[in-house]
Design a protein around this ligand. Structure first.
Ligand code: 3HC
Length: 288
């Protein structure tokens, strides 16, 4: 019995087979934690090359995990990596990949049209989106199974960050929410519940902080280095806001012209236009 199981647990879908759509940073991270906790994972993307890269990312991250977890038993660490990687299969055929799936987690580009272009899922399968900027209701609206549709929002780097935001729309069933909350716990994460509201909890608070840091720097009020040092040493953040922006990816930071807290900045737009997207491209606010 998993700790924290609610009384409605008997109705929960038992999640064993998980399909992750999207082999990028987030998708690979979600695949890794699901495989590490004994799930059978199918990772789906559009090409074998992308999927090979995803597996490399997973192996690289697992090596860092076992270096600590199995510090005095390197052989057991190797064995663990092998087992986890064996739990992950890859596919470029989404239709067949979802057929035996209990849970499909979508972690692809933030494009509503692509996300709405869904497929036929088995009756019991839950569909969850890892979106950070789109409304879950809007994505779900193109399906006739909105009761089995929710948000499951992970944080980067997925293997390290302990939080998962579980998002329900007015149409999401209690059974689906319970299943997603329980799945998060089985992944050894801590779930929090939030309504389908812009930015959910974390990005609603984090993005305005990052945007204010960019504006401070843009106005020349402080150097980018000092802004980051200030928030690390003065607010106890593990990364400064500009380093974190580079880490997340400058193209991923959501703006909303209708909300002054989320207004974009000329500097941010310029960096994105130049392809300086942060760590993943070798340069953003800082060089890597
Ligand atoms: N996989 C496995 N282990 C990892 C890892 C990864 N991808 N990244 C870091 N680690 C572990 C390793 O054990 C590493 O030890 P190692 O150096 O021996 O490999 C250890 O973390 C320490 O890492 P570092 O020395 O590189 O750096 P830190 O001590 O600063 O820790 C961090 C790294 C955990 C990323 C920390 O800096 C942090 O928590 N930063 C803030 C991250 C954050 O805020 N994320 C949320 C972003 S918002 C988001 O994702 C929402 C989305 O919608 C945009």
């Amino acid at each position: 019995v998993v700790r924290g199981f609610s009384s409605s647990a008997v109705r929960n879908v038992v999640i064993k087979n998980v399909t992750i759509i999207g082999g990028g940073q987030m998708g690979a991270g979600i695949a890794q934690v699901a495989a590490s906790t004994g799930h059978s994972v199918t990772l789906v993307d559009t090409s074998d090359d992308i999927l090979k890269k995803s597996i490399k990312t997973i192996e690289g991250s697992l090596k860092r995990v076992v270096k600590k977890k199995f510090a005095d038993k390197p052989e057991a660490g190797e064995e663990f990596i092998k087992k986890v990687v064996q739990n992950v299969s890859t596919s470029t055929d989404v239709e067949s990949a979802v057929q035996s799936s209990d849970l499909v987690v979508e972690a692809i580009v933030e494009n509503l049209k692509i996300k709405q272009d869904l497929f036929t899922l088995p009756q019991h399968t839950i569909f969850a989106s890892n979106t950070s900027s789109l409304s879950i209701s809007d994505i779900a609206s193109s399906t006739s199974r909105q009761d089995r549709f929710g948000g499951l929002h992970f944080f980067n780097p997925v293997p390290m960050m302990k939080l998962v935001e579980v998002i329900g729309t007015p149409a999401t069933s209690q059974e689906t929410l319970d299943s997603l909350l329980n799945f998060s716990k089985v992944l050894r994460k801590t779930p929090v519940s939030c309504k389908d509201t812009f930015g959910f909890v974390v990005n609603r608070l984090l993005v305005p902080c990052i945007m204010e840091a960019i504006r401070l720097y843009e106005r020349g009020d402080a150097s980018k280095e000092d802004i980051d040092i200030a928030m690390k040493l003065g607010a106890g953040h593990p990364m400064g806001p500009l380093e974190l922006a580079d880490y997340i990816g400058l193209d991923i930071i959501n703006s909303d012209p209708n909300n002054p807290l989320f207004n974009s900045s000329d500097l941010l737009n310029k960096l994105v236009a130049e392809g300086k997207l942060g760590r993943k491209t070798g340069e953003g606010f800082f060089k890597y």
